[in-house]
Design a protein around this ligand. Structure first.
Ligand SMILES: *Cc1c(COP(=O)(O)O)cnc(C)c1O
Length: 363
């Protein structure tokens, strides 16, 4: 926590705004809007998953539609597609950012169109905070007139060509889950340049209540609005977002500086114009066996590390979905490891991790 969170939570109690609306919700939204830029509108929601669900609905995705989704991601990017009775089409990553491959994306779109089924939307992800190839993806999306949902759950504080991630697609989404760079314990947001879209998101997120003295409904609604208590945590967190980005980037730079001389270890570079918040510090090693050796050696010392995300197209639950893959994400999953990356890690903590990795690789 940054320091002021409890004061804002106390304010919610003192003023009796214990509800999914109130001054903290409005102020939290405004602080994100200020951070992202003046023309941006933000709707605070109960989770990033809820934000993706609403984004898909607002873009008109419905039963039987195809939605393209980056395969190399957390399952929450893809699950909401199925909530609407639509079907995910998984597209592999390229090696420079580990995110959706523009070449395979276009192939998936062209195939869909050839079969009389143009995809209804594209979900692209800034995985681990690294921006995807936004210009290329947007160009393809514009060429075929398909909206882009920009999954920025891991990328608050990341920047692409001087513009903040979550403002670069048709609709952006953020997450404030407990593991993200800032948190409200659980929470999310929908990000848009269109105030009408924001209002529609809030309308759907608050049970789609029409304007009437009684309860009148012409739409199916959801209970997806953020609590005013949790938004208080968010207000405090937004005051320290820049510190959090700096510490995450600091972790990454420290690991890199101490491990750069080991030829077996690869770090993902930032291409020109890309700035990652380095939400997690990840490494690639030459083989699955080496990755497991490092992971188990860390575990032996009570240090948790994790393999990179297992791609969606090899998850049992998504068996049988359409896929456009070239082996990239499966290879990353085999050889990649997320190292301890918390914003509160001290130099001593990082040194312990580094020492164990060096021991494994120089044995
Ligand atoms: C965390 C995460 C989500 C979901 O956010 P929640 O707030 O946990 O629902 C979606 N996509 C990605 C890539 C994530 O990492």
């Amino acid at each position: 926590m940054g320091g002021n969170e409890q004061n804002y939570v106390q304010e919610a109690f003192d003023t009796n705004w214990i509800a999914p609306l109130g001054p903290n919700v409005n102020a939290f939204e405004e602080s994100i809007e200020d951070y992202l830029g003046n023309s941006i509108k933000v709707a605070a929601l109960s989770s990033g998953t809820a934000a993706i669900h609403l984004a898909l609905e607002l873009l008109g995705v419905g039963y039987g539609d195809d939605v393209i989704c980056q395969s190399f991601t957390f399952s929450a990017s893809a699950n909401p597609i199925t909530y609407l009775g639509a079907r995910p089409v998984f597209v592999d990553s390229e090696r420079e950012t580990w995110n959706i491959s523009p070449g395979l994306l276009e192939k998936a779109i062209l195939d869909g169109m050839a079969n009389g089924k143009k995809p209804k939307a594209i979900i692209a992800v800034h995985l681990y905070g690294m921006p995807y190839k936004v210009s290329e993806v947007n160009e393809i999306a514009a060429k075929y007139d398909i909206p882009v949902i920009e999954d920025s759950a891991e990328a608050l504080g990341s920047v692409y060509k001087n513009k903040p991630c979550s403002t670069l697609g048709t609709i952006g989404i953020l997450s404030f889950n407990g593991n993200k760079i800032i948190t409200t314990s659980g929470g999310g947001a929908l990000v848009t340049k269109d105030v009408i879209l924001k209002n529609k998101a809030v309308f759907l997120a608050t049970q789609a209540r029409d304007n009437a003295p009684h309860y009148e409904h012409t739409h199916i609604g959801y209970n997806y609005r953020m609590s005013n208590v949790l938004a208080g945590i968010g207000r405090g967190q937004m005051e320290v977002i820049e510190d959090r980005v700096n510490s995450r980037r600091g972790n990454f730079e420290y690991y890199r500086s101490k491990l750069a001389h080991i030829s077996e270890i690869e770090f993902l570079k930032e291409p020109e114009g890309f700035k990652s918040n380095r939400w997690l510090s990840c490494i690639l090693v030459p083989s699955y066996n080496t990755r497991e050796k490092i992971r188990l050696a860390l575990l032996e010392e009570d240090i948790e590390s994790r393999p990179l995300w297992k791609p969606m197209h090899i998850q049992p639950i998504f068996e049988g979905c359409k896929v456009y893959v070239d082996g990239t994400s499966e290879d990353l999953f085999q050889r990649g490891l997320c190292l301890p990356s918390g914003s509160n890690l001290q130099k001593d903590d990082l040194d312990r991790v580094i020492e164990i990795i060096l021991k494994v690789l120089t044995q």
